[in-house]
Write a protein that binds this ligand. Structure first.
Ligand code: MGD
Ligand code: MGD
Ligand code: SF4
Ligand code: MO
Length: 678
């Protein structure tokens, strides 16, 4: 095993990357005879094949293992909020002080005035889930995690298919004639799927994305819609498919309800209209519809696609394609938003202690975080863990202002001194994934992987789950679930997935849970109210939404305005890794990509500084003139650390907190800005 690594290798520990990433790479932590440790891709892992992505290859051998980059001890704030001045204190002091402050808030104002925000810091099952046991018992109000990322898409697929987390099995790509990647950028967000999965399939790859990113550039066909116009494209493709007899009427009759309410709409759809609405040529629309409609076809539903003002409707419209063409329930067919743990048998409610939940009423969208936090009556406490809201969230300037409230008790838990940490009253040092055992359930493929303790915990840091066990003790909570050790939970999870226990998973590093390729919805059953695909949805209607998806498009920006897209950077994981010097060198200055036609109107050349502004804020950025985006759009990458930027704010300063049409979810890709030379 791992013989290829190095002759001087002393020991190799096989573990797994737990980032919020489709790939879930196998990792080999190699301890060499000369005492050096390297964190490398596991050559025996089917996805990573011996190499991590560029960002993790740097950060896991950089900031993650550098004591000077980490928080090594509990801390108490001594300076004004936001300045990041702290003194080290002991665990006992930190826990006692935290418990006292939380108890006081519970007694005076109620536990629901303690907000807690968490998300993608680590997606391993214990470090990502176990803290919820404590927070459920406490009765804190959760800031809905998915509302900053993908909640609109979940809601839309919920109406249509009854689930958003039973995706296709990627192994069926060998049987596909087409893979349609719609609003995702695998070349940045799933680099190994880009490099291997999409290259090794016999299928034609079709990409729908306003940006000609590397996956789009390498595709058989790339359609470049204007953002927010994808529902028009989906309806135009359905129209072509109908005209060419590619609608699978027997499949619809057997498995769907409401097609008859969509079909008359197709009569009004013309290619001329779709061309004008989307900016895509009629010839390309026809070609895409033919390739997809003939199938068998896989549809990868990206998260960028639904971060729009009409993102939910767009998802319902694009989600019609598999149903209408019968691209479900057979080899080489299906769609994937993500694959949840439940389909692998994992009991998330057990890990998260859902039964302990005391506050069932108050869930707050990230889009309402600033308003809630700014109101002294609404929020008395804030617990941030696995998240860097000061970098990732909208309304950045107002959020930082709200975080400065002296009457807000803020506990932050992170391995690194982020902008969010700088606002906290008490900081607790989290260990990283390299330092404790856990389980990773990849959200693209149907495997399960072990995360192993490969290095000692740095300083006094502890895994999230141990931190929350200690908090439970400090609060005198007696429920045994709050004190359950890791071992039994890890074993239980493994047994739920059909293994004998964690030892078996650790031994194998990654386990393929289903021997045969799983066919999505092979039984023709859908977990909707009717058990069928609900093209016409009473549930949507009851929520004040149209019964059926609409061929609607967002208005183009007014003259002088641009649509700002700010998707994932290949060099960052959300805001993570920006503190690493080598990563910052790779990521370069804060660039704003502008189309040559717009640049010429504005008199801009590459390298000049521009002011990017709207009613929410303004930023200074460096113009890069490039035609990988259509005119009318500007492109920047999300989430650098504000405090490491000259203006102490990042691209999220420009997001007013726009929301999609479903689930109070973010519409970050609908933000409009003006651009001027400085
Ligand atoms: N402009 C713009 N903004 C966006 C987006 C966009 O497309 N455009 N995308 C949005 C999306 S999709 C998302 S998901 C959010 C993500 O936003 P966040 O969830 O805030 O992601 P990160 O910024 O990586 O912050 C995760 C934090 O967890 C910490 N961490 C890592 N491991 C551990 C651990 O084991 N324990 C603890 N306690 N902490 C740990 C990391 O150090 C880091 O500070 O950002 C959103 N922001
Ligand atoms: N390197 C890296 N990888 C990551 C992350 C990261 O920050 N960095 N973040 C992780 C997280 S939290 C998430 S949620 C995933 C997200 O990964 P993806 O699902 O790939 O989502 P994004 O990168 O946000 O955006 C994907 C694409 O959506 C496109 N897009 C924007 N608006 C529209 C539109 O109106 N129509 C269409 N068709 N396309 C549109 C953008 O141009 C972009 O290329 O990636 C994960 N992986
Ligand atoms: S972030 Fe993704 S691509 Fe990079 S090492 Fe982790 S799993 Fe692999
Ligand atoms: Mo995300």
């Amino acid at each position: 095993m791992v013989a290829a690594i190095d002759r001087d290798t002393k020991t190799v520990i096989r573990t797994t990357c737990p980032r919020d990433c489709y790939d879930a790479c196998g990792i080999a932590v190699v301890k060499r005879a000369d005492g050096l440790t390297r964190v490398l891709g596991d050559p025996d892992h089917a996805v990573s094949r011996g190499a991590l992505c560029g960002k993790c290859a740097i950060a896991y051998n950089g900031a993650f293992v550098q004591p000077e980059a980490r928080i090594l001890s509990p801390r108490r704030r001594i300076g004004p909020k936001g300045e990041g001045r702290f003194v080290d204190i002991s665990w006992d002091e930190a826990l006692a002080e935290t418990a006292e402050r939380l108890q006081e808030i519970v007694a005076k104002y109620g536990a629901e005035t303690i907000l807690h925000a968490h998300y993608t810091g680590t997606c391993s099952l214990l470090a990502g889930g176990f803290p919820q046991r404590f927070l459920n018992r406490l009765g804190a109000a959760e800031i809905d995690p998915d509302s900053i990322c993908n909640a609109a898409g979940h809601a839309a697929l919920g109406y249509l298919y009854g689930t958003s987390s039973l995706g296709f099995d990627p192994r069926t790509a060998k049987d596909a004639a087409c893979i349609l990647v719609w609003g995702a950028n695998p070349s940045a967000a799933a680099p190994h799927m880009h490099k291997y999965w999409l290259k090794e399939t016999p299928a034609k790859v079709v990409v729908v994305d306003p940006v000609r990113h590397d996956t789009a550039a390498g595709a058989h066909l790339h359609l470049q819609p204007f953002p927010g116009s994808d529902a028009a494209l989906a309806f135009a493709m359905l129209r072509v498919m109908r005209d060419e007899n590619l609608i699978d009427r027997p499949y619809l009759a057997a498995h769907a309800t409401g097609w008859e309410e969509v079909e008359p709409v197709l009569d009004r759809i013309t290619l001329d209209w779709a061309e004008a609405a989307t900016g895509i040529s009629a010839a390309h629309i026809v070609e895409a519809a033919r390739i997809y409609g003939r199938g068998p076809s896989l549809l990868w539903l990206g998260q960028g696609l639904q971060r729009q003002a009409q993102g939910g409707n767009i998802f319902r419209a694009v989600g019609l394609l598999p149903a209408a063409s019968g691209n479900l329930g057979k080899a080489g067919a299906g769609f994937c938003y993500l694959n949840g743990g439940a389909r692998k048998g994992l009991d998330g409610d057990d890990v998260e202690g859902t039964a302990l939940r005391r506050n069932t009423k108050r869930v707050i969208s990230h889009m309402d975080l600033v308003d809630t936090l700014s109101d002294a009556a609404e929020a008395h406490g804030l617990i941030t863990w696995n998240i860097n809201i000061a970098a990732s969230n909208p309304q950045q300037r107002a959020l930082h202002q709200a975080l400065r409230r002296d009457d807000l008790f803020h506990l932050a838990i992170d391995p690194f001194p982020t902008d969010t940490v700088d606002f906290a009253d008490i900081v607790l040092p989290a260990a990283t994934f390299l330092e404790f055992d856990d389980i990773v359930s990849p959200y693209f493929d149907l495997t399960l992987s072990a995360q192993r303790a490969a290095l000692p915990m740095m300083g006094q840091s502890l895994p999230n789950q141990e931190i929350f066990r200690r908090l439970a003790k400090a609060m005198n909570y007696a429920e045994p679930e709050l004190h359950e050790a890791d071992g039994p939970i890890l074993d239980r999870l493994c047994r739920q997935a059909g293994l004998s226990g964690f030892a078996e998973l650790a031994e194998q590093a990654t386990v393929t849970l289903f021997r045969e390729t799983v066919l999505q919805f092979a039984d023709g059953k859908f977990p909707t109210e009717s058990g069928r695909i609900e093209i016409a949805s009473a549930a949507a209607e009851a929520d004040g939404l149209p019964r059926v998806p609409q061929p609607a498009i967002e208005a183009r920006p007014p003259k002088g305005w641009f649509r700002l897209l700010s998707p994932a950077s290949p060099w960052l994981m959300n805001s993570s890794y920006f503190q690493d010097d080598k990563i910052r060198a790779k990521a370069g200055p804060e660039d704003l990509v502008i189309h040559p036609a717009d640049a010429s109107t504005l008199g801009l050349t590459t390298g000049v500084e521009v002011q990017v502004k709207n009613d929410t804020d303004s930023l200074t950025m460096r113009a890069v003139i490039d035609d990988r985006i259509p005119a009318g759009i500007v492109l920047a990458h999300k989430s650098r650390w504000p405090k490491l930027l000259p203006e102490h704010r990042n691209i999220n300063a420009l997001n007013p907190g726009l929301r999609a049409d479903m689930a109070q979810s973010t519409a970050v890709h609908s933000v409009l800005v003006q651009v001027k030379p400085l």
